[in-house]
Design a protein around this ligand. Sequence first.
Ligand code: MEV
Length: 461
Amino acid sequence: MSDISSEYLSAQFQGPGIEISGLSKLSKEEKINYLNRHFDCKEILQKFWNQDQNLQQLLDEFSENTVSNFPFPMGIVPNLLINQNLYTVPLVIEESSVVAACSKSANFWKNKGGVKTSILGARKSGQVHLIYSGEKEKLLNFFFEIKNEMIEDASPLLKKMEDRGGGLKSLEIIFKETEQVLPTSLYQENLNSHYVQLFAHFETCDAMGANFINSVLESLAVSFKEKFYKSGKFKKEKCDIIMSILSNYTPECLVRAEVSCLVSELLDPAIDMSAEAFAQRFNLATWIAQNDIYRATTHNKGIMNGIDAVSLSTGNDFRAVEACAHAYASSSGKYKGLSNSKIENGKFIFWLEIPLSVGTVGGLTSLHPLSKFSLQLMGNPKASDLMQIMAAIGLMQNFAALKSLVTSGIQKGHMKMHLLNMLNSFAASEEERIAAKEYFSDKTVSYSAVREYLKMTRTWQ
Ligand code: MEV
């Protein structure tokens, strides 16, 4: 198709978008031409294409309606000692201070025994949500009669995972009766309608397991409904399957990471404070995050800076990881910091407990050449190893952030790291960048200070 203008629909809406039908059917070139007519963007979109056609095709196939690639920097955190094993951890993130912060903490704790991590659980879950109209006891009895047959029906889907040691670990029926029956405003079919769940637990070995879990749940749902209607036991009753889907809330897929040392070992000549005072202020910072939602959110955001960056570098679903972390942070009914600390018998102890449902096989993990490399860099970890590495990185980021916050403040280091971005935004030359780094080494960095500095040095020339 050379001219796609006939595809445009008449403009009937406000806003910067241009209405079109059938965009997904156009070739990539045509999609870009379509955008280019309105946004003059061909050059920038093509600039980030990969010259290697096979690689570009692979990237395009990860998504839909692709028009370019959006590169992010990949940095590495060396010297992270976890359970006496040394790791180099790849982080994909655009916030420069995160890599620096994790690296600094990793170095600091390497000589104090490193991070100790453990897996507290590996179970994930999923639900078939349904509405049942009828007597509760009758469905309960029926479920127990057919439960094994339902599992048997799903066995072709379960086989491979069971061979690897995982599979469907339990299946229950739950009557979710916040009220006795569903309000008729929600479900008008029958006055005796209940919201019911078939609640399944899974173990998925080294896979994140989303496709496996969803396929099994859909099979269980079909099997349940078929048996319900074919049994001849339910003449007046109804079973309406609403949806079948894994839960991204995985509180039983849990990992713990901890560091500890004598309080006296926290002494740092770079900070103007005794080790005892630092430990106490640090403790207060974690206490504040346990008690104030505004601070807890930022505290956890810092932890997720590290964890999301490893999710990305390994091709894991960082949205799922994020959603779960914040749900877990509020599991007590109050949103809290995910990490905590204490001082006990002269010892400083700092730990993090977080659910992390991630995989090292399947999905993008081995398809994206850089995820593959990331896993290689970390010694091709099992999913349980990756959970521990991610928790350790989260803890390292959090330690560095709290250390800065309760001592010098965050802006000093942050703005130094940001200096390069600012210089780039003023199109500074290499010489200017070197001179500016030197100039700002003992000064406060701010956008206006950098602008003034460049204005001054440029008028001298
Ligand atoms: C910035 O990305 C993260 C921090 O705000 C985290 C924190 O405050 O703990 C520094």
